[in-house]
Design a protein around this ligand. Structure first.
Ligand code: AP5
Length: 225
C-alpha cells in the first residue's frame, strides 16, 4: 500500500506515520528527516537544503524530488511506503504519480490531517527530538521518561531549529500558499481521506487503521473478482 500523509506542520504526520509503518510493515519515508540527515552528513543535497529549512521555506522541487526518488526505488519499498511531508507542491505530486506509473503502481490513499492552528503552535513549541535516533517527543503530550533523554537510545533531546515560533508562523504561511492546494488535487483523484488530528494520538491511529483496513479489503475483493 502506497500512502501519502498531507497536512500542515505539526499536524502529527510523523507520529502517525511511525505507527502505520510498524503495523503495516512498510517504510516511513519523511522528506524532512531525509533532508535533515543530508544536512547532518554534509552532502551536496544537505548544503542546498539548509538555508531553506532554517527559514521555514520549501526546499526547491528538484532537490527534494531527487532524494525521494532514490528512496522509493529501494527494495524495501516494493510492498509500499508511507510518505510523510512529500509531495508538498503540485509539481512534486505530478512527478510522484508519473514515477509510480512507470513502475505500474499508484498512490492508494492520501490522508489529509485537519488540525487547528492553535494545536499546531502548541505541538511544535513543545516538540523535542532525539539528536541520535530522531525519535519525537512532546514535553506535555508525549513526555520522555527522563527529562531531555530519549527513552529508546538515551540520546539527548533538543528542539528543532525550525520549531522556533517565528519560523513556525512562516511554515504555516508556506503551507497555506504552496501545499494546501494539493487537497483538491487528491480529492479529484478520489483517494483523499480527511482525518481529524485534533484528537488523542491513539484515537487518530485507530481511525487511520480502520481506513487502511477497509482499503485493503477492497483491494482484495477486486483481485478475487
Ligand atoms: P518536515 O520535517 O516535513 O516538517 P513538517 O511537515 O513541517 O511537519 P512536522 O515534522 O513539523 O510535523 P508533523 O506533522 O510530522 O508532526 P509530529 O508528528 O512531529 O519539513 C521540515 C522542512 O523541510 C520544511 O519546512 C521544508 O523546508 C523542508 N521540506 C520537507 N519536505 C519538503 C518537500 N516535500 N518539499 C520542499 N521542502 C521540504 O507532531 C508534532 C508534535 O506534536 C510532536 O511533539 C508530537 O509528539 C505531538 N503530537 C503529535 N500528534 C499529537 C496529538 N494528536 N496530540 C497531541 N500531540 C501530538
Amino acid at each position: 500500500m502506497r500512502i501519502v500523509f498531507l497536512g500542515p506542520p505539526g499536524a502529527g504526520k510523523g507520529t502517525q506515520a511511525e505507527t502505520v509503518s510498524r503495523v503495516e510493515k512498510i517504510p516511513h519515508i519523511s522528506s524532512g528527516n531525509l533532508l535533515r540527515e543530508a544536512i547532518e552528513t554534509g552532502t551536496d543535497t544537505g548544503a542546498k537544503a539548509r538555508s531553506y529549512i532554517e527559514k521555514g521555506l520549501l526546499v526547491p522541487d528538484q532537490v527534494v524530488v531527487g532524494i525521494i526518488k532514490d528512496r522509493i526505488l529501494k527494495t524495501d519499498c516494493k510492498n509500499g511506503f508511507v510518505l510523510d511531508g512529500f509531495p508538498r507542491t503540485l509539481l512534486q505530486a505530478k512527478i510522484l504519480d508519473e514515477m509510480l506509473r512507470t513502475l505500474g503502481k499508484c498512490v492508494d490513499l492520501v490522508f489529509y490531517f485537519v488540525v487547528s492552528e492553535d494545536a499546531v503552535v502548541e505541538r511544535l513549541s513543545g516538540r523535542v527530538m532525539c539528536s541520535i535516533c530522531g525519535a519525537n517527543y512532546h514535553v506535555k503530550f508525549v513526555p520522555p521518561r527522563k527529562k531531555d533523554i530519549c527513552d529508546k537510545c538515551n540520546g539527548k533531546l533538543h528542539q528543532r531549529a525550525d520549531d522556533k515560533p517565528e519560523t513556525v508562523l512562516e511554515r504555516l504561511k508556506v503551507y497555506r500558499e504552496q501545499t494546501a492546494g494539493l487537497v483538491e488535487y487528491y480529492r479529484n483523484n478520489k483517494i483523499l481521506k480527511e482525518i481529524s488530528s485534533d484528537l488523542k494520538i491513539e484515537v487518530i491511529s485507530k481511525n487511520i487503521a480502520d481506513i487502511i483496513n477497509n482499503e485493503l479489503k477492497k483491494q482484495k475483493k477486486t483481485k478475487v473478482g
